[in-house]
Design a protein around this ligand. Sequence first.
Ligand SMILES: [Zn+2]
Length: 501
Amino acid sequence: MKVASIFKSLLLSLFSLVAFAAPASNQAPGRTWITDVSIISPESLDHVGQGSVLIENGRIVSVERNKSAKTPAGATVVSGKGQFLIPGLIDSHVHLANLPGIGFDRVEGKSEVIKAYYKQQPRSYLYYGYTTVVDLAVFDHQVLDDFRHAPLYPDLYDCGESLPFANGYPMSFLPPATRFKLFPNFIYDPKQASSIPFEYKPEDHSPAAAVARVKSSGGICVKTYFERGFGQDRNLPVMSPDVLAEIRKAATQAGLVLMMHANSFEAQQFGVDGGVDVLAHGMWHWGDLDKKTELPPEIRKLLDQIVEKKIGYQPTIQVLQGELAYFDPEYLKIEAIPRVIPKEMLEWFNSPEGKWFKKELTDDDTPDAVMLKAYDRGPLRRVRQVVAYLASKDANFLFGTDTPSSPTYGNLPGLNGYLEMQQLQQAGLSLAQIFRAATISNARKFKIDSQLGTIEPGKIANLVLLKKSPLESLDAYDSIVTVWVHGTPVSRDSLAVSSNK
Ligand SMILES: [Zn+2]
């Protein structure tokens, strides 16, 4: 090698070192020594002990599990005496552009409240310890861009624009004139050529082309759907196994995680047969077996396959609770609500017009108690039986909330995660299972575990300090003291709405 080229390569490697070490906007420079704290990290749950964690330039540098470790020079010391340090939580199923309680056809005249909601949203996730979120279906890039440019925000990954089957769920909810514009990454169906606008060419909407668009937009996952629909939208078109196989093949080649919206026995069977990586909902529709009070053997057989293949499973029980919120007179009184959404938004939820979605859930004046009971005996019972069975087999649960399962006001950012954890516990998950689902299991399935999911040297310093242990009680997740976002410490109180002026 000539001297000049040695010099050149030295310069290059120096340059890349500098570039690597320079703190990005979301990082705190300097060193912090969190000491005298119980370290709870999912890869070593059997030896939780007192120790210290050194963070520097937004990364975890060392983890000392003995009490006598010396304070590193120049470090800011944070005593965690009597407290618990966990990795930042990951919610792997959110929809950042969706507005809780509003719905896209009701945005007129609400621009100020919508602006305030989007501004608060990243803080509300952090308020409940979520330092990473995955948006499964992008359709408003501006909202995601703004989120990433907030002064403080959780790490955001996404699945790009989702892949609905032409005229199927969920594009079917929109009028034919707008559905193709809002879901431009749909999969073409030659059988429906007459109901697909002429400007969309089959070759641009093949599974390979759609997955390629997700990849080039920077997505880490692909989201598709199998849903025949309900109510007036029954018998929606769904993809064949051949189409799913093509999506599977393209996603594998692109290194993307394949996720499927599937909440029925039929849909989850379809997804498992097609080799998806993640089922994005719990199974609350059992089809012809809906009335069976015990878990039917044919469903158990499918759940065994889900366990054996380690398919990621997101129960999203709060999707159902989100609908029930309209029949629960206590819901809008939850004390934390004014801390996670703007005051004006809550006022509107409390107004008669703000309850418009309730009328879409019941077509008559059914008493609230009757609705609550119907859910409890129907879909909620079924999903709880499924989740209990999967928990008993230690399935690969992934923590995801589907916040907000639009257009309900029953799923609010951050808070909904805490409510979902309560649902999971009630359905039979242990505290350790919930903890792993929201940390290491999510990180591994989405292939971000080299950066996130545990408290280990080299990882991003996304950390949460709690007054209580999450292995002893669920309300630990509501006892947050400090959240570190890429090494920047933020007190929980400062993340609440009243502080966001
Ligand atoms: Zn969703």
